[in-house]
Design a protein around this ligand. Structure first.
Ligand code: GLY
Length: 574
């Protein structure tokens, strides 16, 4: 009842604000009355050109979903290592008025899917790779998901939200520091595998400039404009049928994979009920399985709350860090044990988030020391990543989108569709491909996450909305494999403790995923507490980055937005 009233109030406020939201001028981060506070619409992506593409669509009268589609397609061009039309994703959409005057929130699952020819033992004899080449490619979902979201919830014609990405594809983009650093790592892998230079020639020659990428170099793949035009004209058929579909199947099969035209034709996004929980006095709305992100983060937060964690302040002390780490170990142990595609296996979401489970897990935490890995997780229910991207959108009416998309590792499978200028994902590696072996992120996974025809691999992507008593407070999410969950969670905790959007991102972060049993710390994280944590039995390790997070945070009558300095993005709005 309270939420309904608040939603209507927000809709009214949104309409009032909209009256002052038209007009020309350059998009900028300058607020109307307070520096950094934006009132009319904002997009925080991990590349400024993508934020500007989305903000431009808002300025042209589009809503948050129109802007999300424009931002996603722009990212396909300017973050080809992270996400794109060859990959998949998840989107949480919040409409202030779902058509009946009431707030409406939904989760759209356009995760990649195993081809019909791939079963649980496909990878077990070790001859097929789940990380590179044709056998790593799952049926892409991004185009189907975006077109679906746009048809159901967008306002502007599809062609106008696709156009900014077409313009970017024709112009190219300058490599930034993130792109150059990612390329330097990948170039080393190409040098170790010289056959890749021929096999994955498009990535090597065009994306990595033959091993010579420098900051400022212009990366061009104007071919992607052609497929974007097909999508603008034909919707999903422009990708899943016709020449693009034939080229995808040809490329995958020529490289030893098993994807078929039928797999592409049959691909469907799914609309799911988001996972919700109240923690620390706020309502969280997150992504349900096949992402583990929402439930794992909420289970960890609920255990932290039950174990006495103080979310009212920024915590750098050993006792608070210990509670967070122990809660994460429980939640990640449950992730490994219970999660898979809910279309194929039962995932005990309610049991994991239940008071009974949360109290039992919190009660088992030893406040003086950490425990052996087998002590974590629920006995009964009641992999460094560059290949993912998150963006957050809020429009003038208060509609919002939290969207995380991926092609898995950097440049996905490395296999490209040269005629259309994009690369295909390697999302098959997010399945348990070889029993007992961790995936590229070191994640131990259960048999519920074995591949099967039409099944979707488990994900860590965590697009999240957080509400307080005044309405929408945060639109947030990140990239970074399993570090998505921990990175996003800590940014939320920082914001709840009063940090600004930029401070919430800038504070150094920690990560624990149960197995391997090691606590990773960014430089500067938990400085004075490190010795105490070691004394409690935690093995510590350094890691340069724990996730890349984009956040929009309500501040006064407007929104404050920030893109993670670790990846170098920048928000745009007006
Ligand atoms: N590919 C990373 C994830 O979905 O979690």
């Amino acid at each position: 009842m309270l939420r309904r009233g608040l939603a209507m109030l927000l809709a009214l406020l949104g309409a009032l604000v909209l009256c002052g939201c038209s007009g020309g001028g350059e998009l900028s981060m300058r607020g109307v009355s307070e520096p950094g506070i934006l009132r009319c619409g904002v997009v925080a992506a991990d590349h400024e050109l993508a934020s500007r593409a989305g903000a431009g669509v808002l300025k042209a009268g589009g809503n948050a979903v129109d802007a999300a589609v424009a931002t996603s397609l722009a990212l396909s061009v300017v973050r080809p290592d992270s996400c794109g039309i060859g990959g998949g994703g998840f989107m949480i959409v919040r409409l202030v008025d779902g058509g009946d005057g009431r707030e409406f929130i939904t989760a759209i699952d356009y995760r990649e899917t195993a081809p019909a020819g791939v079963g649980p033992d496909y990878y077990t004899n070790g001859t097929r790779s789940s990380t590179r080449g044709g056998t790593a490619v799952a049926v892409p979902g991004t185009v189907a998901g975006l077109v679906y979201a746009h048809q159901r919830y967008g306002k502007l014609p599809l062609a106008s939200v696709v156009q900014p990405a077409i313009d970017l594809a024709e112009r190219g983009f300058a490599a930034d520091a993130h792109y150059a650093a990612m390329s330097a790592d990948l170039i080393k892998k190409f040098e170790k595998n010289p056959g890749w230079k021929h096999r994955f020639a498009f990535v090597w020659q065009r994306m990595l400039r033959g091993g010579q990428v420098r900051v400022g170099d212009v990366i061009v793949a104007p071919e992607q404009a052609a497929v974007l035009r097909l999508i603008a004209r034909q919707g999903r058929a422009g990708f899943y049928e016709g020449d693009v579909a034939r080229q995808i199947v040809h490329a995958v099969r020529k490289d030893g994979g098993d994807l078929s035209l039928d797999d592409l034709r049959r691909y469907q996004p799914r609309e799911l009920e988001p996972v919700r929980a109240t923690v620390f006095g706020r309502t969280f709305v997150g992504m349900p399985p096949p992402s583990s992100g929402g439930v794992t983060m909420l289970e960890a937060l609920r255990i932290m709350e039950a174990a006495g964690y103080d979310a009212g302040r920024l915590c750098d002390d050993a006792a608070s860090a210990h509670i967070m780490v122990e809660a994460l170990k429980h939640a990640f142990a449950d992730r490994a044990r219970w999660f898979g595609d809910p279309g194929f296996v039962d995932v005990p979401v309610e049991g994991l988030l239940s008071d009974r489970n949360v109290r039992a897990r919190a009660g088992s935490i030893d406040l003086a020391q950490t425990q052996a890995p087998q002590s974590y997780g629920s006995a009964e229910p009641m992999s460094d990543d560059h290949g993912t991207s998150h963006f957050s959108v809020v429009d003038a009416a208060g509609n919002a989108v939290a969207c995380t998309e991926t092609i898995n590792l950097e440049f996905g499978s490395l296999l490209s569709i040269d005629a259309y200028g994009f690369v295909l994902n390697n999302e098959m590696d997010d399945f348990l491909t070889v029993r007992g072996e961790p995936n590229a992120f070191g994640l131990v996974q259960g048999e519920r996450n074995l591949p099967a025809p039409g099944k979707r691999p488990l994900s860590s992507m965590s697009p999240t909305l957080v509400f307080d008593e005044q309405g929408l407070l945060l639109v947030v999410g990140g990239s970074g494999g399993p570090r998505i969950i921990t990175g996003t969670m800590q940014v939320i905790l920082n914001a709840l403790a009063g940090a600004s959007a930029q401070e919430a991102l800038a504070r150094p972060r920690v990560h624990h995923q149960w197995m391997p049993d090691r606590l990773e710390l960014e430089p500067g994280a938990l400085g004075d507490a490190r010795g105490d944590l070691e004394a409690m039995g935690h093995e510590l390790g350094e890691r340069s980055e724990i996730g890349n997070v984009q956040i929009i945070l309500r501040r006064g009558q407007g929104w404050e937005a920030a893109s993670d300095p670790r990846k170098g993005g920048k928000p745009a709005g007006f």
